[in-house]
Design a protein around this ligand. Structure first.
Ligand code: KIV
Ligand code: NA
Length: 265
């Protein structure tokens, strides 16, 4: 396998080749995602919701992110593995941000970190990049700030928010980020941002005018079933398929259909 690097991604944008990105939080899933040819694997703090059942991404800890990331890293042969810096590990000051990023790199073996925010976190981003750690930005809907907004509705519909987002994207490029995630914003705005920077812009609910797409794995394979935003395309309905398989197993155990003659010693 030829490994995907941050340079590969910037070259892909220059060559007009779209970037595919999905989340993974564990070894088995990451083996499948990497083997299927996904370019970037995100160890997202969405693990807080998907893996741990929390209502928001806020509770997940740095130790827990490192556990997930190290499991993913053991599986991956080709993809670039980006790890989310969780809430509370980079906002208070740039030195703390760098310490958190260093822990992720040393203890998980991840290839890059991602953090949410624009000019508020500029100094932290610069400090991390200065230490040689690639940073992916994240603008638009920022789940770690959910209590500031109160809802998960589309962001930057107002002109002043759109203007801030555009200037934040340019700031992120100047600060040295290798890519930016744009979450749940109007497609026209996302396209405009993608055209205004030379680093790749990866969208989730941001239309097709960007340089790549990211989805949460468990949502796109339909393992979750109560989260149904317009931007989500489900490629499987694993919630239903697994439910039937598991209830069939329960029936087979009860009726002593399982194990059969051939399935015993
Ligand atoms: O944590 C996550 O899964 C993310 C993606 C939705 C971009 O940040
Ligand atoms: Na995230």
């Amino acid at each position: 396998y030829k490994r995907v690097t941050v340079k590969t991604l910037v070259d892909m944008k220059a060559n007009n080749e779209k970037i595919s990105m999905l989340t993974a939080y564990d070894y088995t899933m990451a083996t499948i995602v990497d083997g299927a040819g996904v370019d970037v694997i995100l160890v997202g703090d969405s693990a807080s919701n998907v893996m741990a059942g929390h209502e928001t991404t806020l509770p997940i800890t740095l130790d827990q992110m490192i556990y997930h990331a190290s499991s993913v890293i053991r599986a991956v042969k080709r993809a670039l593995v980006v790890v989310d810096l969780p809430f509370g590990t980079y906002q208070s000051d740039p030195k703390e941000a760098l310490r958190s990023a260093i822990r992720i790199m040393k203890e998980s073996g991840g290839h890059a970190v991602k953090l949410e925010g624009g000019k508020e976190v500029k100094e932290s981003i610069k400090r991390i990049i200065n230490a040689g750690i690639p940073v992916m930005g994240h603008l638009g809907l920022m789940p770690q700030s959910i209590y500031k907004f109160g809802t998960y509705t589309v962001r930057a519909k107002e002109e002043f928010e759109a203007e801030k987002l555009k200037s934040d994207a340019i700031m992120l490029e100047r600060a040295g980020c290798f890519a930016i995630v744009l979450e749940k914003i109007p497609a026209t705005l996302a396209k405009e941002v993608a055209e205004s920077v030379s680093i790749p812009v990866i969208g989730i609910g941001a239309g097709n005018g960007v340089d790549g797409q990211v989805l949460v794995l468990h949502d796109m394979i339909g393992m979750t079933h109560e989260f149904n935003p317009r931007f989500l395309r489900r490629y499987m309905n694993l919630y239903d398929d697994m439910t039937s398989a598991i209830s069939q197993y329960v029936d087979d155990v009860k009726s002593v259909d399982f194990p059969s003659e051939k399935e015993q010693y």
